[in-house]
Design a protein around this ligand. Structure first.
Ligand code: CTP
Ligand code: CA
Length: 231
């Protein structure tokens, strides 16, 4: 297997993939999370590794085993995910598939919150989290050659996803229809469009593994002569 990996088209390429949800603590026993399963991000990390890339997967809490041939870093919060990602730079390609919590609990308590008879429920105060995709897209001299984001949308998918490409400064957005009818969250299939600076491509509904494989081969094409320039 090692020999096959070493011979792959992404040999010498360093890749960073984020996956899964992040958990933002409310107190030591409670958190705010989301329904991301991590299946798509993990599949992308696997696909890149199978093509020979040196892959680091930074993942929030998921019920998946670490993919073979990938260096997996487990984190909990968005802030930890950002730190782990910045610690891996420089890389040639970054794929941000994590469903990063948009907000952290700014009044998280060190001790478990207790009910008090007759008292109103405690207020949870939120503060914005750092945007990992935008940060990687801006990372100056250490910017990956190719930065790919996802856009999870439930309506006006292409319009919102196109706006994200601009706002975040990444190179591609995989626009992902997560409206409940598609069964995307937690499911094994994905309905995506790839949005690049050159236009928008509808991809056929496919398994998350097949979407990952197709994306990995697109990354092979896009990196062309840039592979391994960090070495
Ligand atoms: N993302 C990130 N860090 C964040 C928020 C999002 O890296 N703090 C990345 C996701 O991994 C994804 C892309 O940004 O690749 C888009 O995430 P999404 O939640 O769809 O977009 P937001 O900009 O957070 O906008 P909103 O949730 O309001 O739609
Ligand atoms: Ca978000």
């Amino acid at each position: 297997v090692e020999g096959l990996l070493a011979a792959g088209p992404l040999r010498g390429v360093k890749a960073l993939v984020t996956s899964g949800p992040t958990f933002e603590p409310i107190d030591p026993v409670r958190f705010i999370g989301n329904r991301s399963s991590g299946k798509q991000g993990h599949a992308i990390a696997s696909a890149l590794a199978r093509l020979g890339a040196e892959v680091t997967l930074v993942t929030g809490p998921v019920r998946l085993t670490d993919p073979a041939g990938v260096t997996t870093v487990h984190v909990e919060t968005a802030r930890e995910m950002l730190g782990a990602c910045l610690g891996r730079l420089p890389v040639d390609v970054a794929v941000c598939a994590a469903a990063v919590a948009d907000w952290t609990v700014s009044n998280a308590s060190k001790e478990k919150r207790k009910k008090e008879a007759g008292a109103p429920p405690p207020a949870i105060e939120l503060a914005p989290n750092p945007d990992i995709l935008a940060t990687l897209s801006e990372s100056g001299g250490a910017r990956p050659h190719l930065v790919v984001g996802f856009a999870a949308e439930t309506e006006r998918v292409l319009e919102h996803a196109g706006a994200k490409l601009e706002r975040k400064g990444c190179d591609w957005i995989v626009a992902n229809d997560v409206s409940p009818a598609t069964g995307t969250f937690g499911g094994d299939f994905n309905t995506v469009h790839l949005i690049t600076r050159a236009g928008t491509e509808p991809w056929p509904r496919a398994s998350k593994a097949d979407v990952a494989e197709r994306l990995a081969w697109r990354i092979v094409d896009a990196l062309g002569g840039h592979k391994g320039e960090q070495e």
